[in-house]
Design a protein around this ligand. Structure first.
Ligand code: UDP
Ligand code: MG
Length: 329
């Protein structure tokens, strides 16, 4: 069997400090894997510049001029980590046999790619990189992230615990994945839906080599909320449950009021009425909010906007899908 061609897909947003440190590490890993005969020597590192405002794109262009193993795509504006990653995966899937997505900050152990490729060679189409410990994360990050995975699973979304976006996916699985047309994407929760043989590889997560995190609490909460509402309809069910419960309580209250009235003890129940009205009003508002969230998602999905737009490419980076079709005709 011919060794598979690997594309390492790396989204980068304002990473001028860390990119010069990690780019050689990705390159080394390609060399090591190729020397071991596990991958084709023609494999590539594909950087996706997610509308950075600093010198990231210039660094990527320099790298690709010096070494054709480095390639770059530049998005027309910042579209967020998930969209940048999707762009890299979709653009590379027709030029390679396997992709590995990884952050560019060196937090994920690049050496784990060895084991990922081994698993692929042993037959897996998707290999999840799973953090075996989170000691280097702050207590806050660890706590919020782990609560998030638990919540997601409880909500019925089939995610891999402690797996972020460090993952090997074969071109075959990506071809099927391309048929998932949604705009609200939460990749780590969507790949399990693709199916195929999959497995996990464990690694230690370390600290960022340089630069700082782009996931402050606000973005993390947005990602969590997106993950839940993109993958699960359980919140709607919970509302129904709460609605039934509140209605039961209200029924008991009504009975109580009636009996009090019959017994002639009906002191104008101003406070209790007000509480009941406020309580119900609150529940209704929350329900409307969550329903609105889903309707908002339907709204976005029906627009079918492009999920990313490439504005520039380094020489040798894959031609756009549109160009490719034109060439084939
Ligand atoms: N990233 C991106 N677009 C964004 C934010 C982040 O492409 O809008 C990239 C970033 O360059 C990095 C990866 O996503 O390669 C993960 O981001 P970061 O390391 O800041 O997140 P953390 O590891 O702290 O969760
Ligand atoms: Mg990081």
């Amino acid at each position: 069997m011919k060794a598979p061609k690997l594309y390492i897909v790396v989204p980068c947003y304002n990473e001028q400090e860390v990119l010069p440190l990690t780019a050689p590490l990705f390159r080394e890993e390609l060399e090591r894997l190729a020397a071991a005969g596990k991958i084709d020597p023609d494999s590539r590192v594909l950087f996706v510049n997610d509308g950075s405002r600093d010198g990231t794109w210039e660094i990527i262009q320099d790298l690709s001029r010096q070494d054709p193993h480095f390639q770059g795509l530049c998005l027309s504006r910042n579209r967020g980590h998930q969209n940048a990653l999707l762009c890299g995966l979709m653009e590379s899937r027709e030029c390679c046999d396997i992709t590995i997505s990884i952050d560019c900050d060196g937090q994920d152990d690049i050496r784990a790619m060895d084991r990922m490729v081994d698993e692929y060679l042993a037959g897996a189409e998707i290999v999840y990189g799973v953090r075996s410990s989170r000691e280097t994360d702050t207590f806050f990050k660890r706590f919020t992230a782990q609560s998030f995975y638990r919540l997601l699973n409880w909500m019925g979304a089939d995610t891999v615990y402690n797996h972020a976006d460090y993952r090997l996916v074969s071109a075959r699985a990506l071809k099927e994945f391309a048929n998932f047309r949604e705009v609200n994407i939460f990749l780590r929760g969507m790949f399990p839906l693709v199916g195929f043989k999959s497995t996990s590889v464990y690694y230690e997560r370390s600290e960022r080599l340089a630069g700082k995190s782009h996931y402050p609490l606000k973005k993390m909460l947005a990602l969590a909320f997106d993950g839940i509402t993109s993958l699960s309809v359980k919140p709607i069910r919970i509302i129904t449950g709460v609605g039934i419960f509140v209605s039961c309580v209200a029924f008991v209250l009504i009975l109580y009021a009636l009996i009090a009235w019959i017994a002639g003890r009906a002191v104008a129940g101003w406070a209790s009425t007000l509480i009941a009205v406020a309580f119900l009003g609150g529940i209704q508002l929350i329900s409307l909010g969550v329903l609105g969230e889903y309707i908002g998602k339907i709204f976005l999905e029906t627009k079918r906007r492009p999920r990313y737009i490439v504005s520039e490419r380094t020489d040798g980076a894959a031609p756009a899908a549109g160009d490719r079709e034109a060439e084939e005709e």
